[in-house]
Design a protein around this ligand. Structure first.
Ligand code: ZN
Length: 561
């Protein structure tokens, strides 16, 4: 008997079988019940989230012979349902646009569209990766979409809706498929393993669900890998097979970083066999982990922001208990800034390792302002006979809003430029964007200051110097896009362009000059800081203390207001 991979064995056959995407299936089943069948549908979303699966179930719904008309619950038993399940229906055409991009393919399709279905009620054309069609192919397709024969339904699926012409978009109903959460994927895997009668430890299921990164299909194929390797093997081995970093490893790394123990950190990396990991994935996991440390520090309900179980949330919270928010943010951005350096290096692993060592040193350095403020507070507390600084928790700042949420408006934001505020934002897109950012995210407004903003059609291009400025917008792209859409229209897309900044590193000589200048600047700032009254005062209080000054890059020191 041949072995059937999980993804094929358990391919959902009805809307009820699907994991996630309830918002899509509810709307579709309602439309079917009301008999409102459109001629064009567009399913968007990343790969493996169920677009073509839903398309196939929808095709069954339209043609199921057990019902008098389209039905939200296709029987799965009639010849039509069975043929569609076996991809053998004469009325359902699955076309991969990636390999049929030309106008000839579409012309053939248009010929074919004219004829009535062989036996079903509808002819259904499922065109996957539709954005791959050439411009002329789209134009040819458009003619059919404008006057579709009554028996034809098109279902387009794409991972890149922005590459589809407006004329086609406007003739389709659009459904956005979401990434599926960790918990639903884990629960689904559990259900399947129960059905298979295989015992898989919870840790292993969670590891697979995490590696699936929102895609059920990927989750199933990773599960296949684990089943053939042996789900009862040690977790670290399975993590190695899947090429993922297990969460405990990430916690061990951040523990070493936060305790500022570079040597312990290197031990951890070696013990975990970091040499075998894919550097890019490892870095992505690390970034997410350090972001989670920030989130658990500031959020009232971290479980809404972090895809993790209770035990892991507790471990994260315990780890950041004694660490200032500033330090965590600083560590995150150090890591984020290293990304380009790591990925462009010929020895990415070594660069990443050294980045982590630098992080472990960075954790030791708290910001001077923070230190001075806390000591002042402690001192006044002593004088007043009140409690010391330990009684006062760190002030926490809200996290950036999640996609879809309205960004919080800063209460004391400086007044925006009235010209841009009152006028039509389209008249001066740059000023309008600057004013809106100043209100909602002053740090970004500061970074944007003086750089080019162009609005062409529905595409807003922001040119920023490489490195921190570009990176900070990249990290906030979703937020910036939200702001841009409120100003310039709901379909606006934001493109970030990285340009060589002033004094940009164009040549080796330039780089050396820039580095020398930076070193000079650093020395000056260090000298000035050591002579600062606050530091002199610190020396008086702590005569034994060794005080070091770490200087951030100029752009990094920009603070809101
Ligand atoms: Zn049927």
């Amino acid at each position: 008997m041949s072995y059937l991979v999980l993804a094929r064995k358990y391919r959902p056959q009805t809307f009820a079988d699907l994991v996630g995407q309830e918002h899509v299936t509810r709307t579709l089943t309602n439309a079917i019940a009301l008999g409102r069948i459109a001629h064009g549908y567009l399913f968007t979303g990343t790969r493996g989230v169920g677009k073509t699966t839903v398309a196939r179930i929808f095709a069954k719904s339209l043609n199921c012979e057990a019902a008098q008309g389209p039905t939200a619950t296709p029987c799965g038993q009639c010849p039509s349902c069975k043929e569609i399940a076996a991809s053998a229906s004469p009325d359902v055409f699955e076309i991969d646009a990636a390999s049929n991009t030309g106008v000839d393919d579409v012309r053939e399709l248009r010929e074919n569209v004219k004829y009535l279905p062989a036996r079903g009620r509808y002819k259904v054309y499922i065109i996957d990766e539709v954005h791959m069609l050439s411009k002329s192919a789209f134009n040819a397709l458009l003619k059919t979409l404008e006057e579709p024969p009554p028996h034809v339904v098109f279902i387009f699926a794409t991972t890149e809706p922005h590459r589809i012409p407006e004329t086609v978009l406007s003739r389709t109903q659009q459904y956005e498929f979401k990434m599926i959460g960790l918990a639903p994927i884990a629960a689904y895997l559990q259900k399947l393993m129960d059905a298979e009668g295989v015992a898989v430890p919870r840790d292993v299921l969670m590891l697979v669900a995490r590696k699936a990164a929102g895609s059920v299909r990927d989750g199933l194929s990773y599960m296949d890998q684990v089943l053939s390797y042996g789900p009862d093997r040690p977790l670290a081995e399975i993590a190695d097979v899947l090429g993922v970093v297990d969460r405990q490893a990430l916690l061990d790394i951040s523990a070493a970083v936060l305790k500022a123990e570079p040597v312990a950190l290197l031990d951890v990396l070696q013990r975990m066999g970091a040499a075998n990991w894919d550097v890019k994935d490892f870095l992505a996991d690390l970034l997410e982990h350090f972001r989670n440390l920030v989130a658990v520090k500031v959020a009232r309900q971290p479980e809404l922001l972090i895809d993790a179980g209770q035990a892991e949330l507790a471990a994260l919270a315990a780890q950041v208990k004694d660490t200032a928010l500033e330090t965590l943010e600083h560590l995150f951005f150090l890591l984020a800034d290293s990304e380009e350096l790591v990925l462009r290096s010929g020895q990415p692993r070594l660069v990443l390792e050294m980045t982590l060592v630098r992080l472990a040193q960075g954790a030791k350095v708290t910001s001077l302002d923070n230190l001075v403020a806390r000591i002042a507070e402690w001192k006044s507390g002593l004088e007043a006979g009140g409690p010391g600084p330990a009684a006062r928790p760190f002030e926490s700042r809200p996290l950036p809003p999640r996609p879809g949420e309205k960004p919080p408006v800063a209460p004391e934001a400086p007044a925006a430029k009235p010209a841009a505020e009152a006028g039509d934002p389209l008249a001066d897109p740059a000023a309008a964007l600057a004013a809106a950012l100043l209100r909602q995210r002053p740090t970004l407004a500061k970074v944007l200051d003086g750089h080019a903003v162009k609005l062409a059609g529905e595409r807003l291009t922001i040119s920023l110097p490489k490195g921190y400025p570009h990176r900070s917008f990249e990290l906030e792209l979703e937020f910036v896009t939200g702001v841009a859409r409120e100003l310039f229209g709901p379909r606006v897309t934001v493109a970030l362009e990285a340009v060589e900044g002033p004094g940009g590193a164009n040549s080796v000589q330039d780089q050396m000059n820039a580095r020398r200048a930076a070193q000079e600047r650093t020395k000056t700032v260090q000298r000035e800081t050591m002579n600062h009254p606050a530091v002199q005062w610190l020396k008086e209080i702590f005569p034994e203390a060794e005080i070091s000054v770490k200087v951030k890059e100029p752009a990094e020191t920009a603070e809101p207001e």
